[in-house]
Design a protein around this ligand. Structure first.
Ligand code: SF4
Ligand code: MSK
Length: 676
């Protein structure tokens, strides 16, 4: 018997099956290579370490030293009264709600602190304390100034004139920074939501006062013995999430656009195949673009390209991972080499001469993988360091941004000659069009003469476009890499739902080739295909990084403003999705989508299933208060169909459901749809 057990244990898998781990051939190839070289990756760890079943359901509390208190659901479900409680008496609803809003606090803090760092760099630039940054988008500076209650004009000799830009920028910077900690008032961008939405927030008492306060208050309320009513806890979670979406994240996006330029459509490529064997490969990873913007300028300069040539390389190839990748893709066309789950794999190519990281979504295991290769791993942020001794820390400071970026580029170039393992770069890469935003959607779907959202609205009303899907978020090693992302998006576009994407979903779609106008003819339903072909846009529009989910909110507000589709975001035929989420930021994003009136479906898991009453509150009761609500659907096709059903429900409520019935689908189109 003991021998049998031994054999079984030996047979137990300790490494991932590459095909089961990812749908992407490049990823599969690199997982295989890592296993041959004996280098462990997240995919293998996901096989050997299983998640805690109680934590997954949201019913483990460790908010005090008497716990952790674990409240598993009884076998056969709850019969009668739910008597589960922690040592202090906390109910499953209280525990799940506390855990949930602590995740919102974590996510909102990450986005908002990113925004604050950008605002600080913005101030440095506005005050001309650095040569590295200049304000690029003065038009947007003026637009944003108005939302921050900053006068853009001044009276001179009885006439109103535009204010001096330098003076305006300083005041915008000061007003923006105050949003994190002002003593009175409310987050100013909340008024950018449609009036009806703002009124709902007012009625519910959830307009954020300032960005930091709402996050701090979550930590207070969830301390042992404070707020013990799941509805009241969620009220605070809602206020903090709105402070993220319509506050910290939106400020990050807007100030980045003013400082680095508002994105405009451009072409690039995506996946590990963008790395080049005969060039210095510098991979940038994380979220904040303040350093990567300068690295792009330095690495592209003649001086450093020549330096790379002097070391035997053909030049410097930049590529990106996660949302730093999205930031530099959107503004400069720097190709993303992978999503969150591919970060270790970029090093496993043997061609990554340096990987420079800033904040968020960075695996500590990168340092262990880098040790097996020649790769220099460089941390740059004072709040994000690693304990391993092979990690180099070059602390970035906007006052000497150029010098910091040059040090990093030099390290990468000097390391080119040190490659010790055979280089193996997967050949897979896809062409893409990225760089969309609120402004470019307006331009493309409005045309030269009617730069507005009317054309988009017209096409929604006439049924060519059935609705809008905001599909965003991470990869999660507990599910097959990119499968959920791609199946959800393909099902949506096949059913004429145009997709707005950000984060790792955007990179996944890029790798799959869905970010090209040509995709429309292959994967889209006939209505959406017609629109995309007419205006020359992809059916999946890349709107940027995690903080750029605020662009989706603003695009939704513009659609409401253009008319014909109700008065509020909750009236729109639209739905949100994060098929492979994993981060606390995703929970914050999901919740500000919901609080903004969007039906939002998450895949993989949701830490609420162990507290059914609390789950019903999020999945059903929220709709009555906010018009938006949560849902969980693991199966990607059902996931997309739930979104489509919601879109159809909204079309019916608007009285535009008949329009779609008049769209005739011929047999060829149907066959193309079936085979897609
Ligand atoms: Fe247990 Fe209550 Fe302490 Fe949580 S706060 S760990 S439920 S005693
Ligand atoms: S990077 S938060 S894994 S989207 Fe923004 Fe991707 Fe999620 Fe990080």
């Amino acid at each position: 018997m003991a021998a049998e057990k031994q054999v079984k244990a030996e047979k137990k898998a300790t490494v991932a099956d590459p095909e089961a781990a990812s749908i992407d051939a490049a990823t599969q190839q690199m997982i295989r290579r890592a296993q041959e070289l004996g280098v462990e990756t997240v995919f293998d760890r996901a096989v050997t370490m299983k998640p805690c079943n109680i934590g997954t359901q949201g019913i483990c509390c460790k908010n005090c030293g008497m716990g952790p208190c674990r409240l598993p659901l009884p076998k056969g479900g709850i019969q009668g009264e739910d008597t589960r409680k922690g040592l202090c008496g906390a109910s499953p609803n209280t525990i799940a709600a506390r855990n949930f809003i602590r995740m919102i606090a974590g996510g909102a803090a990450a986005h908002s602190d990113h925004g604050r760092a950008v605002a600080e760099v913005f101030m440095t630039a506005a005050r001309k304390e650095t040569d590295a940054y200049r304000i690029k988008d003065t038009h947007k500076l003026r637009q944003v100034a108005k939302w921050l209650d900053v006068d853009t004009e001044v009276e001179v000799d009885g006439e109103m004139k535009d204010r001096d830009l330098d003076e305006l920028a300083v005041e915008v910077g000061e007003k923006a920074l105050a949003e994190w900690g002002k003593a009175e008032g409310e987050v100013l961008f909340a008024k950018r939501a449609p009036k009806a939405r703002y009124e709902i927030w007012k009625k519910q008492g959830v307009v954020p006062r300032n960005i930091d306060r709402e996050i701090v208050e979550i930590m207070h309320r969830t301390h042992i013995g404070v707020d013990q009513d799941y509805k009241n806890l969620m009220k605070q979670g809602t206020r903090a999430a709105i402070g993220d979406g319509w506050g910290g994240s939106m400020l990050a996006t807007e100030l980045q656009d003013i400082l680095f330029g508002t994105p405009y459509p451009l072409s690039s490529e995506a996946n590990l195949g963008v790395m080049k064997a005969d060039m210095v490969n510098l991979v940038i990873h994380g979220h904040e673009p303040v350093l990567s913007e300068i690295i792009v300028a330095v690495a592209g300069s003649q001086k450093w390209q020549d330096y790379a040539k002097s070391k035997g390389a053909k030049g410097i190839q930049l590529s990106g991972i996660c949302c730093t990748a999205n930031e530099v893709l959107q503004r400069h066309g720097v190709p993303p080499c992978g999503t969150f789950l591919q970060q270790e794999l970029a090093i496993i190519t043997g061609a990554c001469d340096a990987m420079v990281v800033d904040i968020q979504c960075i695996f500590q295991n990168l340092a262990n993988v880098a040790k097996c290769f020649h790769t220099k791993l460089i941390t740059t942020h004072p709040i994000a360091r690693m304990e391993q001794d092979n990690v180099i820390h070059i602390e970035f400071d906007e006052h000497h941004a150029m010098e910091d970026a040059e040090k990093i580029v030099k390290l990468a170039v000097d390391n080119y000659g040190n490659r010790k393992t055979e280089v193996m770069i997967p050949k897979q890469k896809a062409s893409i069009i990225a760089g969309f935003g609120v402004e470019s959607i307006e331009y493309h779907l409005g045309g030269t003469f009617r730069g507005s959202y009317y054309t988009l609205n017209d096409n929604i009303i006439n049924g060519r476009i059935r609705g809008i899907g905001g599909v965003v978020g991470c990869n999660n090693a507990r599910t097959r890499h990119n499968e959920g992302h791609i199946e959800v998006v393909k099902e949506l576009i096949k059913n004429d739902v145009i997709v707005l994407t950000t984060g790792c979903n955007a990179i996944a779609c890029a790798m799959e080739g869905l970010l090209t106008p040509e995709t429309a003819g292959v994967f889209c339903g006939p209505g959406l295909a017609e629109v995309c072909e007419t205006v020359g846009i992809p059916p999946v529009l890349h709107l940027g990084s995690c903080v750029d989910n605020s662009r989706i909110l603003l695009a939704a507000a513009e659609v409401v403003k253009a008319g014909g589709l109700g008065n509020d975001i909750s009236d729109l035929p639209a739905a949100g999705s994060a098929p492979e989420w994993m981060s606390e930021k995703a929970i914050s994003i999901g919740h500000y989508f919901v609080a903004s009136g969007v039906y939002t479906v998450f895949g993989v898991t949701l830490p609420v299933t162990g507290a059914p009453v609390f789950q019903d509150y999020l999945f059903e009761e929220f709709e009555k208060m906010y018009g938006g609500m949560w849902d969980l659907e693991v199966d990607p096709i059902k996931h997309a169909r739930k979104m489509i059903a919601h879109i159809d429900k909204k079309r019916k409520a608007l009285g535009i459901d008949k329009a779609r019935e008049r769209i005739l689908v011929d047999m060829d189109s149907r066959r193309a749809m079936e085979s897609a």
